[in-house]
Design a protein around this ligand. Structure first.
Ligand SMILES: *[C@@H]1O[C@H](CO)[C@@H](O)[C@H](O)[C@H]1NC(C)=O
Length: 307
């Protein structure tokens, strides 16, 4: 019975993935962090088939930004052609100087680094202004989202995946026992949790390599230069479990992405006033110069900013 089920899974996998290398597919299907459902969701980019999706363009200062709205709850947008191709190319050239290390996790029992089953990728961290090109990209991002303070983002995390690479679905928010315990750690106290993820696609795989959001049955198959952006927390600092996402398996080629995790402290411009539970997502959907001039009323009944 179990054998038949496995065969069925593999067959449906084969049907969905065309000429995908069978050994790679077996490896992913046998990985306890992946499932047939996840892999199948990876396979279909929902463009055109997603009734909730729409697109718009906004202009901020002198810049034009193309936005594909994939979901409002949870908040998920794709910024099309966001990073100029020549920036992405210089970035790829520059990071050749960096040693990308295989990503591991800390073994709970031994406290030593152990290879991760849930993730197969090489990566490193880069400070925002480490290279002229990372600096240029950082400023490019900041100019287009003036409501967000990207200085309050962690370093760029650069991840590169060859064929067989993947990062099984996970959440980006930091897990901790309680806010009080977390606040004992200065790194946490300073920044707070990971409010948003900005994932910049610098290089796309030849086959596979999208980003899957299983809770909303969506995957994004980006083009080079696109950015995928989502919220990890709700407006009350609660963890948004629907932000679960994974880096789909790479079947052929190499994918390289750079991520910025924007931390919650210092980003109060996005917070709602009074009793609204939603972030001020207008500021993310249609950033405008006018919003920046608006002085927000900080004296709402229940306080805008709960300490
Ligand atoms: C990580 O880097 C090693 C050495 O360059 C390479 O052989 C391997 O394929 C890489 N792994 C992934 C998942 O990209």
């Amino acid at each position: 019975m179990r054998g038949a089920l496995v065969v069925l899974l593999l067959l449906s996998g084969v049907r969905c993935h065309g000429s995908v290398d069978q050994a790679l597919l077996d490896e992913i299907m046998n990985n306890p962090h992946w499932s047939e459902e996840y892999v199948n969701t990876c396979n279909g980019d929902k463009i055109g088939g997603d009734p909730g999706m729409y697109c718009h363009i906004y202009r901020i200062f002198l810049y034009t930004v193309k936005v594909e709205v994939r979901s409002l709850e949870p908040f998920l947008i794709v910024l099309k052609e966001f990073i100029p191709i020549e920036y992405a190319d210089s970035f790829l050239e520059e990071i050749k100087k960096e040693e990308l290390h295989i990503q591991s996790t800390v073994d709970q029992n031994t406290g030593k680094n152990a290879p991760s089953v849930g993730r197969n990728a090489n990566g490193t961290f880069l400070t925002h202004h480490r290279y002229p090109i990372s600096s240029k990209i950082f400023n490019h991002i900041q100019q287009r989202f003036p409501s967000i303070d990207f200085r309050k983002a962690e370093q760029f995390q650069v991840l590169s995946y060859n064929s067989g690479g993947h990062y099984a679905p996970h959440n980006d928010y930091l897990q901790y026992v309680s806010e009080e315990v977390a606040n004992r750690c200065p790194w946490y106290r300073e920044g707070g949790n990971r409010l948003m993820t900005f994932l910049f696609v610098m290089q796309t795989a030849d086959k596979g390599g999208g980003t899957v959001f299983p809770r909303i049955a969506t995957s994004v198959q980006p083009s080079k230069g696109d950015a995928i952006v989502w919220l990890n927390l709700d407006a009350e600092n609660g963890k948004l479990e629907t932000s679960l996402h994974g880096a789909c398996p790479i079947w052929e080629g190499t994918k390289t992405a750079a991520t910025l995790w924007v931390r919650v402290r210092g980003n109060e411009l996005l917070l709602p006033c009074a009793n609204e539970k939603q972030f001020d997502i207008e500021r993310l959907l249609y950033p405008s110069e006018k919003q920046l001039l608006l002085k927000r009323d900080w004296k709402c009944d229940n306080g805008c900013y709960a300490e």
